[in-house]
Design a protein around this ligand. Structure first.
Ligand SMILES: NC(=O)c1ccc[n+]([C@@H]2O[C@H](COP(=O)([O-])OP(=O)(O)OC[C@H]3O[C@@H](n4cnc5c(N)ncnc54)[C@H](O)[C@@H]3O)[C@@H](O)[C@H]2O)c1
Ligand SMILES: [Fe+2]
Length: 741
């Protein structure tokens, strides 16, 4: 088709002029070349059939399908080049075309199609794929516009036909175009004469913008007459150009000749046209491929300004339905842990090896009174030690601010956090605020759906202050986790980022011997909850599973022992290690809805974190083992395996042959452990008044729903389900009453 078109370029140019009376022969020949040779050069390496593009990294394949039957309206102004161009583009994309030429250019269209059809059918194009419908009657056009077998309307024409096509209610592309008489003829009609070689008539127009706007020659002229405005400045000339485009040129093409890039940019920003040509002839330049790298076309999108759906130089892509085959993609996972973990009785000795010049010890009042700070002093290499001992359980922002003020005075190179989760969390938040005063905690607690895409902007640079975490409970796992839980108003907010992870964790069970029974039990159940939530998290991996299983197994064994005998160092050691193991698991898999519920009621009613976890644990286990009403969107989580994961863990700890049996034993093991530890099993038993609970319920449900911990729960909890779980937490269940004390 291209070859036939190139050979026929002069014949078709002559025919167009003879039939329409418009244009210049040589120009038309050039345009016919553009519509064939230039177009073919552009299309040569473009794929338009089958798989046309593949994005291996994103695992996406693009497949091209033809649109079907294209109704092509062609203009009087480029009556052959537009036909050549549309027919070749349709063949490239395997579409059939019905040509509907301007009534003044029917012969041009028919002859062009005849030449193309012969070549195309010889090359294998199905018969009838290129047709001309010459009947000039408007009704024929209307009929075709509405015809159910016409899939696409592709109009090149004046505003009337564009408007009509746009109202046909079919997908389509409509672009405007131009009508010419030669300059000497125009001059003669205007009553003056010019030499016969004159190409263009220049008409001086008023520089005053108001007068310019009213001048008849400001309109689209469709003939070789150019208006000339002498502008006072670049700014003035841009304003004049904008005014001219607003009078009939919107969306099409504008051009500027300038050497000053700032002027070019200002012009480009100001005029509302689809193409802005710089230092290039406008008519041929806009068609692309000759003076610039624009896509060659005879279909210039005029954007919404001109009633088109595009501002592009329309080419083959617009005639394709591109299907995107997108493969599921599970992003890679991670397992990140602190650089150093020292454990077992006497691990605190490792403090001696840590380089430091100036140290701040972060702790709470009771711990300082127990002499913990003195223990640290005796092992630290420096005597420059200051103490911040104001941390309260479930620390709040005011405490963090006071701590940061102390860090600013002390300028430490090492912070040692010694205490329970509250102390370690406070120290994490203090360090990040001290190192980055420009970050505020509120922004850092912004919720997210996927931690990899989160909006919250945590620091990425290296720490200037080292953090050593020494837990005295067993425990939160905060010594190895990227989380810090703070109380903000009446809510608990979680900071999560690996920049919060301490560089060193020292897990010395000797420090836990002094825990009173309530703290032992509360923090022990917190650790168990971490293991059981991380086990079914959507981010669970073989790496975290290993830690969950071992940690849960040890806790079921050792927690009753430390409850019975707080001085049992062996069991204390097991608990200390198990809590850190659970910490390593949830540091990477994170927790779930149990924690969301515990955070909500803990903050509202001042209930210790582990105790709040205990109240919900049996209910959340059962909830996650059920059939989800809503799944958590998670690419790496392909089937709902929470019930199986419970069964696997239950089997390791409690045996059982069938999955159901192992799962049942696990759930029963949890209930029995809670009873054995004399844990209150309901919020009612914890001492929350019913009317207060019911009054707080809607807000509790919303707070729990918004809690970050839900993000990794295998089931996406509905607010109504959270409300039910909260009620279960308050009232308990009948079968639970049997086992509860
Ligand atoms: N960052 C995390 O990854 C993470 C995980 C779970 C929980 N948490 C948070 O941790 C906090 C709870 O921490 P926790 O359970 O360790 O309790 P805690 O730090 O609040 O301490 C509870 C009480 O026990 C006392 N205590 C601690 N150790 C003691 C010891 N050895 N002897 C005597 N008394 C001792 C404390 O002084 C305090 O009065 C909550 O704010 C919770 O939200 C954080
Ligand atoms: Fe916890």
């Amino acid at each position: 088709m291209v070859r036939a078109g190139v050979r026929a370029a002069p014949e078709l140019a002559k025919l167009a002029i003879d039939e329409t009376g418009f244009g210049v022969f040589e120009d038309k020949v050039a345009k016919n070349y553009l519509a064939t040779e230039f177009l073919a050069d552009y299309l040569r390496d473009k794929k338009s059939v089958g798989v046309v593009d593949e994005d291996v990294e994103r695992n996406i394949v693009h497949v091209a399908e033809p649109i079907g039957v294209v109704l092509a309206i062609t203009p009087v102004t480029n009556p052959t080049s537009t036909v050549l161009y549309k027919a070749i583009v349709a063949a490239k994309t395997r579409n059939a075309v019905l040509f509907r030429p301007s009534p003044f250019a029917v012969r041009s269209c028919e002859r062009s199609v005849e030449i193309l059809r012969e070549a195309a059918e010889e090359a294998g194009m199905p018969r009838g794929a290129l047709q001309v419908i010459p009947d000039a009657a408007n009704e024929v056009t209307h009929y075709l516009f509405k015809h159910p077998d016409v899939d696409f309307i592709w109009v090149t024409g004046g505003p009337k036909i564009v408007a009509l096509a746009n109202s046909a209610g079919k997908p389509g592309l409509s672009v405007g175009q131009a009508v010419g008489q030669q300059a000497p003829e125009l001059a003669a009609r205007a009553g003056f004469s010019v030499p016969p070689t004159t190409k263009i008539l220049l008409a001086p127009l008023p520089a005053d913008l108001a007068l310019l706007g009213e001048h008849p020659l400001v309109q689209e002229k469709l003939m070789p007459v150019l208006g000339l405005v002498r502008a006072r400045s670049a700014q003035h000339s841009i304003a004049a150009a904008v005014l001219v485009t607003e009078h009939g040129g919107l969306g099409h093409t504008a051009a500027i000749y300038a050497n000053d890039d700032d002027v070019v940019t200002a012009y480009g920003l100001a005029v509302r046209t689809g193409r802005i040509l710089v230092n290039a002839p406008t008519a041929v330049g806009a068609l692309g491929g000759v003076y610039n790298n624009l896509t060659p076309t005879f279909s210039l999108g005029c954007g919404t300004w001109g009633g088109s759906s595009t501002t592009e130089n329309v080419n083959f892509k617009e005639l394709l339905n591109i299907k995107t085959i997108s493969h599921r993609r599970a992003p890679s996972q991670w397992f990140r842990v602190p650089a150093n973990i020292f454990f077992n009785a006497g691990a605190l000795e490792n403090l001696r090896d840590i380089q430091c010049g100036s140290v701040v010890v972060v702790t709470d009042g009771p711990s300082q009174e127990r002499g913990v700070v003195d223990q640290m002093r005796s092992k630290l290499r420096t005597s420059h030690v200051q103490v911040f001992s104001e941390v309260q359980p479930e620390p709040d922002e005011a405490t963090i601010r006071r701590g940061v003020a102390l860090l600013e005075r002390a300028q430490p190179d090492l912070v040692v956090a010694v205490g329970g989760g509250s102390v370690i969390d406070a120290a994490k938040a203090m360090r990040v605020s001290y190192e980055h005063p420009e970050k505020n905690l509120e922004d850092l607690t912004l919720p997210f759906l996927d931690p990899r895409k989160r909006v919250a902007d945590y620091p990425r640079d290296a720490h200037t202050v080292q953090l050593v975490a020494v837990p005295t409970t067993s425990g939160t796992g905060s010594e190895v986790s990227p989380a810090a839980v703070l109380t903000v108003g009446d809510r608990k907010e979680t900071l999560v980022d690996y920049c919060l992870v301490p560089e060193v964790a020292i897990v010395d069970p000797l420090l836990t011997l002094s825990m009173p029974p309530s703290v032992t039990v509360d923090s022990g159940i917190d650790a168990l909850t971490h293991a059981l939530e991380a086990a079914v998290s959507i981010f669970a991996s073989p790496y975290t599973d290993a830690y969950c299983v071992q940690s849960a197994r040890v806790i079921f064994d050792a927690l009753p022992k430390v409850f019975d005998d707080p001085g049992d160092l062996g069991a204390r050691t097991d608990m200390a290690n198990a809590a850190t193991l659970a910490g390593l698991a949830f540091a990477n898999a994170f927790v779930g809805t149990n924690h969301a519920l515990a955070h909500a009621v803990g903050a509202t009613f001042g209930i210790a974190h582990g105790r709040a976890n205990a109240v919900f644990l049996p209910h959340v286990l059962r909830y996650n083992a059920g059939l989800p009403s809503k799944f958590m969107p998670a690419p790496g989580y392909s089937a709902y395996i929470a019930p199986d994961k419970y069964a696997q863990l239950g089997r390791v700890v409690f045996g059982g042959r069938e999955p159901e049996e192992s799962r049942r034993r696990l759930f029963q093991g949890v209930a029995e452990l809670l009873d054995r530890l004399q844990m209150p099993r309901t919020l009612k038993a914890v001492g929350v008044a019913e009317d207060e609970f019911l009054e707080a319920l809607p807000e509790l449900a919303m707070n729990a729903f918004q809690d970050l911990s839900n993000r990794t729960n295998p089931r996406m909890p509905l607010v109504s389900e959270i409300t039910d779980l909260l009620k279960l937490g308050y009232y308990g269940t009948d079968d639970q009453a049997v086992t509860a004390k």
